[in-house]
Design a protein around this ligand. Structure first.
Ligand code: NAG
Ligand code: NAG
Ligand code: NAG
Ligand code: NAG
Ligand code: NAG
Length: 373
């Protein structure tokens, strides 16, 4: 941590080199007897000391200061649920920006009975990877959806019934403005790769000047502190949850609720497994009672605004969900083979092992967005 920009002085009290003791009469400790140069030196020294004290106080207080996450009163703005769930999204069909071995298909293909990659009923919405093609030699069919609506703050409650996992998969539930990245920021609420045994990662990606080496209150493990995409090979500032926050263990518990609160004071993400959802997050959709984060205790991840201006780093965010395959995270050999012990190469696995993707699906009961009044 930088403390002060002031270079050390040879003589901290500023005696000018030309000062000649022999010309002085009377006490040299009486200011009126001081030479003009000495007087300037003493004044300069006092200014330096005062400035150093102020800088020290600011730097010192930064490490302990913490935003006032005072209670906000929320009301329901948007509900994503039911048979028209997917009508509120655009299907991304371009070349995968994350270099995955995947073809993101348009809505007509995804919803056709041949593929059935997105399917919504009155009780849930499913988004999955193709499990039929046994020779997907140019990449496997999958889906990436982007909400038509964009947000600048709010409380986002994701009721998740099932999270995708399995070798080569890289699923994510996140917020971003892909046309203005990283300028308008990225908030990754749920993200994991391969077997997802290391749990969920919550991550921010931003432009420069957004750091999390400040006081935080969270239960997850800090991975990296600089959110700027130009550091750590764009790892972002990540926080990792326990094993049951994603994948097989998460699904075995019936999934759970992820809640993202995004406000000027900071960004916080809570995870509640199915059995411990707070009563003020009613899973019954007919109940519009507003959730109250002030009653939920410590979040999984806390990104306070202390050294990251939220309104300038995060804007215009769509909600995005996708399942990538291989690519710059899941497919890297040190991750795919070494860390996650997956067989062969990632692209060979995707090409041939169609039935392995039976576990590669998202299922959501609902997403709800609340705004502070
Ligand atoms: C599509 O998937 C859903 C959810 O898994 C399933 O209930 C439905 O029967 C499938 N439809 C077809 C035509 O395969
Ligand atoms: C928000 O995003 C949309 C589409 O991604 C874009 O057209 C628009 O210019 C963006 N607005 C701002 C303020 O960045
Ligand atoms: C970070 O974002 C800048 C644009 O602001 C881009 O030029 C650069 O390639 C990005 N770096 C990485 C590693 O994504
Ligand atoms: C809605 O949920 C709240 C919080 O759990 C509960 O107190 C209230 O009784 C519920 N209302 C209805 C109509 O079920
Ligand atoms: C195919 O996937 C299954 C289940 O993930 C795995 O056990 C098997 O080793 C895979 N086969 C090949 C040839 O990679």
């Amino acid at each position: 941590m930088q403390r002060s920009n002031f270079a050390p002085h040879d003589d901290p009290y500023g005696l000018p080199p030309s000062y000649d003791k022999s010309t002085q009469t009377g006490s040299k400790w009486a200011p009126r007897n001081w030479s003009k140069k000495l007087l300037i030196g003493v004044i300069a020294a006092i200014v330096l000391v005062v400035a150093a004290i102020i800088v020290g106080a600011v730097v010192g207080s930064k490490s302990t200061s913490y935003p006032d996450y005072s209670t906000l009163s929320y009301s329901l703005q948007d509900t994503y649920s039911g048979t028209d769930f997917f009508d509120q999204f655009d299907y991304f069909t371009g070349y995968d920006p994350s270099a995955g071995f995947v073809h993101y298909v348009p809505a007509e293909t995804a919803t056709s009975s041949d593929y059935n990659l997105t399917y919504a009923s009155s009780s849930s919405a499913v988004l999955r990877v193709d499990t039929t093609d046994t020779d997907a030699s140019t990449g496997r069919y999958s889906v990436r959806i982007t909400s038509k609506k964009q947000y600048d703050s709010g409380l986002f409650v994701f009721d998740v019934l099932n999270s995708p996992y399995g070798c080569s998969t890289w699923p994510a539930l996140w917020l971003s403005d892909p046309d203005n990245w990283p300028t308008n920021g990225e908030i990754d609420v749920m993200e994991a790769v391969n077997q997802a045994t290391t749990g969920n990662q919550v991550t921010l990606h931003t432009t420069d000047d957004c750091k999390m080496n400040v006081k935080r209150k969270e239960s997850g493990d800090v991975l990296t502190n600089n959110c700027w995409n130009g550091t750590d090979y764009n790892a972002g500032c990540g926080v990792q949850g326990a094993q049951d926050t994603f994948g097989e263990a998460f699904n075995a518990n019936g999934g759970g609720v992820y809640a993202l609160e995004w406000r000027d004071e900071g960004i916080r993400v809570w995870f509640f497994s199915r059995g411990s959802i707070p009563s003020n997050i009613p899973t019954d959709l007919t109940n519009t009672t507003a959730p109250d984060p002030s009653t939920w205790g410590e979040p999984l991840a806390d990104f306070p605004a202390t050294h990251c201006d939220m309104s300038s780093h995060f804007k215009n965010q769509s909600i995005i969900a996708n399942i990538d395959l291989c690519g710059s995270w899941a497919g890297t050999t040190s991750i795919y083979s070494t860390q996650d012990q997956c067989p062969g190469t990632c692209t060979d696995f995707v090409t041939t092992n169609a039935t392995a993707f039976d576990t590669a699906y998202w299922e959501w009961a609902s997403w709800r967005v609340y705004t502070a009044s």
